[in-house]
Design a protein around this ligand. Sequence first.
Ligand code: SF4
Ligand code: SF4
Length: 479
Amino acid sequence: MTVLLQIGRRPPDPPPQGLPAPSPAPAPGPPPASAEAKVFRSAHGAHLFVADGSRVYDLPEPLADRLERWTAAPDAALPDLARDLGLPLWSRPRIDGTPAEPPPLASLSLNVMQACNLSCGHCYADEGRFGGSARSMPRHTAYAAVDRLLAEAAPGADVVVGFMGGEPLLARDLVHDVVRYATRAAADAGNPVRFSLTTNLTTVRPQDARLFAAHPFTVTVSLDGDRAGHDALRRAPGGASAYDRLRAGLDVLARHGRPRHLSARVSVTPRTGRLVDVLDHGIGLGFDEVGFAAVVSAPDPAYEITARAFDGFLDQMVECGERALRKLSAGRDYPFGNFLTAMRELHRGTHRPYPCGAGAGYLSASAEGGLYACHRLVDDPAFAMGSVAEGPDGEARRRHLATGHVDRAEPCRSCWARYLCGGGCYHEVSRRGRPGCDYIRGWLAFCLRAYVELSQAAPEFFRLPPEPAATTAGATGLV
Ligand code: SF4
Ligand code: SF4
């Protein structure tokens, strides 16, 4: 039998009993061999990534050559490979095309203010209005949403209440009241509660900072670059500088109370500056983590990263990733969020048939109390999932999880990255399709190599306790 050295945490599979069991066929028929395994190389030699289970192995070079030829063969079949090479890798399929049942609710975001004080061409939320009129969530709806979350959560499980917008701090009094209400209600229900809030930080006040510090808060700040870069994308009323107001907001946090986790999220458009400079700038401002997200769907197409622009985006992401790899390998800190998340998730062996928890353990409540699959899909009837008053619509969630299973989507079922990617953000796919697949695979291929090299250079990195989640959404943000 070929000896493989597993790098990740999980123990190797036991030897197979006979031929690998065939997966219950995901429609329509089994995926090609190239979707099951990927050979990649690092500074330490050849390695094998097995899609099912996201397992990573060291591989002798002659075997790597054979595997590469096999995965490139158009008629290669999984049972033949397993028998030919004696690899005990596909004996127990972990994901077999069966849709997940809707789990208990773990996370609910409240669109407390569907309006914003800035005007940004790349905003998916249409300045918070989601195509409708500006409005805020009534207090009784917000309290009922908290009650609904606790009623639908598993007994004793952690829950997250998120505040989204628009700009949630325009509904400051409501945010404060809901935090107090949820803290009491969650204690009574026996569910530990955490909070998250996504903000442009232009209106934060000392009492907000004290609230963030007094409760388990993750605050995510929208940052798009240095002063010139940020202000070019985020227009403040009267020509004021949104960047200056954000910096003033950071001072308020520094003086009056810092949240447990403070991250920056950069929305990357064709107008964004060089990413490594933006990253260094964000890290220099003192954020615990700085991450990038390509703008794939925006009200103004001039702000969208097109299929062609994804090539340049990948090059720049890898440049940032190489810098993170060098610094972390030398035992230094470098909080590049996308890279840190990818390293932790690869080490955990994350494999999932969905891109995120939207419509599963995570839902988002509109200002009127409608429930939707996620904060970006608010007011979209195709992703309506019940209401705060009536509860989550189990049938709608079941349908969503059945159609969203990555093994049922084309071209995802033929993609080696499918259990890391999950098939792409529902919001982006529903608006623009999947223009970024080569980028996703390129980034993940880089991350696999970096994972092997970092686990050799700095194994202690993987022994550190994980940072708190940076979002409400249940999305791991691996891509
Ligand atoms: S969205 Fe693209 S990269 Fe992701 S699984 Fe589907 S085909 Fe692969
Ligand atoms: S990745 Fe999931 S949670 Fe995030 S915006 Fe897309 S659908 Fe919503």
